[in-house]
Design a protein around this ligand. Structure first.
Ligand SMILES: NC(=O)c1ccc[n+]([C@@H]2O[C@H](COP(=O)([O-])OP(=O)(O)OC[C@H]3O[C@@H](n4cnc5c(N)ncnc54)[C@H](O)[C@@H]3O)[C@@H](O)[C@H]2O)c1
Ligand SMILES: [Zn+2]
Length: 413
């Protein structure tokens, strides 16, 4: 006789209830809640009745809506939000709604403090204890499978593993980190990061992209302590790339960008040399500038951190024969790039890797990276150039789109 999973759960529950243990196997159905008084852990005095959530109600317009905070069930966690970074994905969604999510509560680079949790909640996704008052982040990746580096926006496929800040509105409403409270449900990926300061916690998600890219680069066996590394593009992604490389001991880094302010910051984050591509006409002159920056050598390895197809084509020239390249600048389709497969790739025996998002394992490494970067004095938190209040979220997104700063964040005080 074929027994399906639901039947098995029913049988287990029945046996447990006959044993007088009514709670262990009884998962509350979605929407069925225990009252605060039966919770294992609360600081109920501090919890307001309602939460404020920035909901993208139409393209280019968030509205801060007020919703009742649902009772916290046995497997739920209520987090008071402290801050959340604005990601390029939020900006795409704000401007064009490419994923058809409106109405949606956005914000996935968020962090905050646990103010209530159900009695079944004991550990985070890494096995670390969770308590009231702990500082946490969620992660968009829900399987620790090295092959899975992407998140699936289809709720059907995601199942009960909730991806906060990217799912269309539902009965819970408290689904995104652009809010003052977020409601974390069973099956979510959550980490206790109480040992990181607020700015570092806001930078975890973008930094994980670079930890992953560097792991991909290491798979070529070319990156060494004394490697000459070129990082092209000094937006938040390229700058974090430089900080990750420097933190892992690589010192001979040349940053390439057209913006002097960003290049100056690249130096403070660990680049030894900079090349402003605006000062060099043509690819030969630019290649010579990179070659000169390494004292008469091409790069052993290069990271491509712009979304510009021309920049992709250029970067092969900066790399020595047998060197490596990590292309991570195209999170979205930025168009086709033209290279010469003979000169750029085959005859140079370039070791090329692509890198997209991160795995769950990269998250743990990222926490360590942020601590070490701070310990060696890299001003990583200065990547956050603008902080807005939740009520000013539309302005925050517009500032992101105007590209006048680096990392924009919403911070609740
Ligand atoms: N792989 C991933 O998972 C992942 C994740 C997030 C973002 N990204 C991608 O990384 C890219 C960079 O992100 P960001 O937030 O730093 O963007 P950004 O736009 O702030 O920075 C890009 C930088 O590249 C510079 N640039 C542009 N053309 C150049 C050229 N020809 N040569 C040298 N520099 C040039 C710009 O001046 C700018 O400073 C984006 O295209 C984004 O899609 C990838
Ligand atoms: Zn992001």
């Amino acid at each position: 006789m074929a027994v399906n999973e639901q039947d098995v759960q029913k049988i287990v529950r029945q046996i447990l209830s006959e044993m007088g243990n009514t709670s262990a196997g009884a998962e509350p159905a979605r929407g069925a809640f225990t009252s605060y008084t039966s919770l294992g852990n609360t600081s109920a005095g501090q919890i307001p009745k309602t939460a404020h959530v920035a909901v993208l109600v139409e393209k280019e317009r968030f509205e801060v809506k007020e919703y009742p905070i649902p009772p916290v069930g046995d497997d739920d966690i209520l987090v008071r939000v402290e801050g959340c970074g604005v990601c390029g994905t939020d900006a795409h969604e704000f401007k064009r709604d490419p994923f058809n999510l409106i109405p949606v509560a956005l914000g996935h680079e968020g962090t905050g403090e646990i103010v209530a949790m159900g009695k079944n909640v004991k550990k985070d996704s890494a096995g670390k204890d969770l308590h009231i008052g702990d500082k946490v982040v969620t992660c968009m990746i829900f399987h620790d499978d090295p092959e899975i580096t992407m998140f699936d926006l289809n709720k059907q496929n995601v199942g009960d593993a909730d991806v906060y800040g990217l799912l269309p509105d539902d009965d819970y409403h408290l689904n995104g980190w652009f809010s003052d409270y977020i409601f974390i449900r069973k099956g979510s990926t959550i980490f206790n990061v109480s040992d990181l300061d607020l700015d570092s916690r806001i930078l975890i998600e973008p930094a994980a992209v670079l930890v992953h890219a560097v792991e991909r680069a290491k798979s070529t066996n070319i990156l060494r302590f004394n490697s000459r590394v070129a990082v092209q593009g000094c937006g938040p992604i390229g700058l974090l790339c430089i900080a990750v490389l420097r933190t892992m001991g690589i010192e001979n880094i040349t940053a390439v960008d057209g913006n002097e302010q960003r290049l100056a910051f690249a130096k403070r984050l660990g680049a030894d040399q900079t090349v402003n591509f605006m000062e060099h006409q043509g690819i030969e002159a630019l290649t010579k500038a990179v070659y000169d920056s390494f004292g008469g050598h091409l790069a052993d390895f290069a990271f491509q951190c712009t979304g510009n197809p021309k920049a992709h084509a250029n970067i092969y020239k900066f790399i020595r024969n047998g060197g490596g390249l990590c292309e991570l600048g195209f999170f979205v389709n930025g168009g086709d790039a033209q290279i010469n497969p003979h000169f750029d790739l085959c005859s140079k025996e370039i070791n090329l890797v692509g890198s997209w998002v991160y795995t769950l394992r990269d998250y743990g490494t990222t926490f360590d990276f942020l601590k070490r970067a701070k310990a060696i004095g890299l001003p990583v938190s200065e990547l956050i150039t603008h902080k807005f209040k939740l009520d000013d979220i539309n302005e925050a997104l517009k500032t992101n789109l105007a590209m006048t700063g680096l990392k924009i964040a919403i911070v609740n005080q």
